[in-house]
Design a binder for this molecule. Sequence first.
Ligand code: HSE
Length: 313
Amino acid sequence: MKSKSIRAFAPATVANVCCGFDILGFAVDTPGDEVVLTLRDDDEINMLAIHGDEGRLPLDSTKNTAGVAVKSLLKRLGSSQGVDIELFKNLPLGSGMGSSAASGAAALVAMNYLLGNPLTREALVEHAMESERVACGSAHADNVAPCILGGFVLVREYHPLDIIKIPIAHDLFCTLVHPHLELKTEDSRKVLKPTVPLKDAITQSGNIAGLMLGLMLPDFKLIGRSLKDVIAEPIRSVFIPGFNLLRTKAIEGGALGFGISGSGPTVFAISADHENALAVGKIIKSQFANYKLEADVFVSKINMEGARIVENS
Ligand code: HSE
């Protein structure tokens, strides 16, 4: 065993990326959650403390996403190792920025490290999905996979899990704008229809394929044309004040595409350069201000590394 205590960071993620409901996601550089894990001399999985959540998250390790992910990993390894988990929440709850995924991913990467990295990053993803199951009732992987693996990720299949990191051919910049509203993923999933009309399935499939090709060539115009969602966005966008105007303004401001980050209410835009991503952030923030909504702006490259160990102690 290399050390007894370790700190790990896991970034925010943008799930769905418009056309890829539950199958596409990418990681950003900041913000993100951190954990400190310390091995215990007994077999208890103990949530020692949570900072930054204003007391809202459960300290019960069977209900907290970090605790659930670690338990799932230990079960797979047949290990009775106990651990103290201290969680530093920097991501807002119910924001659509992959907050629950980041806590689970950071804890998993830290625990795996403390045990001498018995599992690959890819193998950690299914344990992080267990944390999504407790967080919102659905074990989707479009936040946890990019959070753990980094980059732009396609979940081609769930049964069995088949995750592919898309070889993106050009740096892309993401603007995340988080209005001070809260939407629970569980509720945002319940409003969706259980079936999709054939014509929408055709449109969505074309956009997914177009987006993949656009990222790999790269072809910015094709990326822009493909960042459309005819399945979840028409229903969910009603929860985001001024959504259609936000998109118009972001595109007029030079963004390649614009949409809801995960289940919202955070919105995201993709730009070909950093300056444009900053400018688009200002535009979207000022639009939210028209609705008397405070909003935080985060701009970063697509993060190719994912969750990482921060320091040894
Ligand atoms: N794909 C999930 C959803 C992501 O849209 O419900 C949740 O952040």
